[in-house]
Design a protein. Structure first.
Length: 89
């Protein structure tokens, strides 16, 4: 299952944007379009292609297992424990 969106979970709501967006794009959307105040307090993570929210740590495990975060990325960035959108797109 591929990681497809950056996402931020605030309480029980998930706000997301598809690749190639970054987490700061989601924050900007939440502030400018949805009226949130800064700072945005939530959990940064990702959505899988089925819409499931996962944390950065869970996303890294999934991306490694399915080849989205491959050996080349590991050579360039080292063995990170958390996934960043820059690692994927």
């Amino acid at each position: 299952m591929d990681v497809t969106h950056v996402a931020i979970k605030v309480r029980d709501e998930v706000y997301s944007l598809p690749a190639p967006n970054r987490h700061y794009h989601v924050i900007r959307h939440m502030v400018n379009e949805l009226g949130f105040s800064t700072p945005i307090i939530g959990v940064q993570g990702f959505l899988l292609e089925n819409g499931t929210f996962v944390t950065r740590k869970e996303a890294m495990e999934i991306a490694v297992a399915n080849g989205q975060y491959d050996k080349w990325h590991q050579l360039v960035t080292g063995k990170r424990k958390l996934l960043y959108s820059e690692d994927l797109w």
